[in-house]
Design a protein around this ligand. Sequence first.
Ligand code: PLP
Length: 299
Amino acid sequence: MTSPGQLAPRLPSPLEEIRDDRFDRRGLRLLLKRDDLIHPELIGNKWRKLAPNLAAAGGRPLVTFGGAWSNHLRATAAAGRLLGLPTTGVVRGHELADRPLNPSLSRCAADGMRLHFVDRSAYRRKDEPETLAALLRAAGAEEAYVVPEGGSNTAAVRGCRDLGAELRGRADVVAVACGTGGTLAGLAAGLDAGQRALGVPVLRGGFLEGEVTALQERAFGSRTGAWSLDDRFHFGGYARTGPELDSFAEDFEQRHRLPVERLYVAKLLWGLVALAEEGAFPRGTAVAAVVTGRPFPAA
Ligand SMILES: *Cc1c(COP(=O)(O)O)cnc(C)c1O
């Protein structure tokens, strides 16, 4: 059996309203869309993106790609264990092969994922058909179903439409942290007319507008829904943080008893507080923040 439904996801995920004086003061409502509670191991948007791919894989082994701390690699490894599918993770960084595994990769290995380390230049070229074929050959995974880095293919983007659909009529603005932008692309397509999606990129570079548009064109035929990006809250790039962001996240955890994932969710919440304080949302606006993940390792 390889159907993701047998994993008993909690869907629709809970939507919780919280009181926070930084929003109260501006006459705003703040809601948390708790995608972190969908499944204990296939967490958040990783569930939404993987589930349709697991169905499409039809029981074939899975191969996918990621960095040393990738939430997507861990989710894929867990899915493999739970569904009895062999998985291979192609990991960026050849030098990691000679070091003890970090906790994230250890978890992948414990879930039965075979790890295949590649140098950064080959990794960068992994979407070129010849490089991909060579990588799969070297990893012994030529028959496998390939899920791209970050999991954002057409099936994944379509899967994320459900996130938007679950929020129809529940909020005016829905905000999400973005890596590849696949979750935002699907979310925006699932919302109602009159609602809008706001993406907060955690990577630096300003390339996401084009990426999200391209993902939507492939999944839905054209740019779809009302969405925009605010590029000011990446803190210097992926996995970059700082003492201010850390203490903000700790404070938010204490105020609201929400475990705040640091690579994405902390930056999203920081961005929303900043926008509220700037007066970016009219009074009466209901803002939903998508909690796309949980800290790893768990606090
Ligand atoms: C992967 C991930 C994201 C980014 O999702 P994209 O679809 O790649 O934009 C956001 N939040 C968390 C917690 C994630 O693990």
